[in-house]
Design a protein around this ligand. Structure first.
Ligand code: 5GP
Ligand code: ZN
Length: 152
């Protein structure tokens, strides 16, 4: 049946059977759920950088940021703000890092797009990435042009 196969193929696309986060969202694996609204789910990271470290994820399986439909942006921002505020309030944090790893070279271990919300406390000792200098102003300008051209 045409309608039936359309529904099945779309459901299959939305859930990846091998994905641990799809299983968490489906309730097949337990999670410390903190948010469940519309297309967005959030739960505590099992190995927190700081206590209260939360993961905000689209319920549908999208591998990276580049697969997430822009239409989900409003719901995603609402969730990031609500969960971020609540994590800060509950932990007494005075700062919050929001991070996302995309592709293995960037440290992505779970291939279901997700945002890390990490509560921060002054002097908590967490160091972020190290920074470097460009070799020249020309090098920086060349890269600026290349990125602008890639945006189109
Ligand atoms: P990534 O490196 O892909 O950005 O981060 C994946 C995150 O998922 C890690 O911080 C890891 O601790 C967390 N994680 C992996 N498996 C589970 C799980 O089964 N439950 C929970 N709550 N977090 C998980
Ligand atoms: Zn998934």
């Amino acid at each position: 049946m045409i309608v039936h196969s359309w529904v099945v193929s779309n459901v299959e696309r939305a859930v990846n059977q091998d994905c641990i986060f799809c299983k968490i969202i489906a309730g097949e694996i337990p999670s410390a759920k903190i948010y469940d609204h519309g297309g967005i789910y959030a739960f505590l990271d099992i190995a927190p950088v700081n206590k209260g470290h939360a993961l905000v994820v689209p319920k549908k399986h999208y591998a990276t940021l580049f697969d997430v439909p822009p239409d989900l942006g409003r719901e995603l921002t609402t969730a990031l703000q609500a969960v971020g505020r609540a994590v800060m309030a509950a932990t007494g944090a005075t700062g919050l890092n929001v991070g996302m790893n995309n592709f293995e070279a960037a440290g992505q271990l779970v291939h279901h797009a997700h945002f890390h919300l990490i509560p921060r406390h002054a002097g908590d000792g967490l160091t972020l990435w190290t920074q470097h200098a460009y070799e020249s102003v020309e090098e920086m300008q060349k890269l600026t042009q290349a990125i602008r051209s890639a945006i189109g």
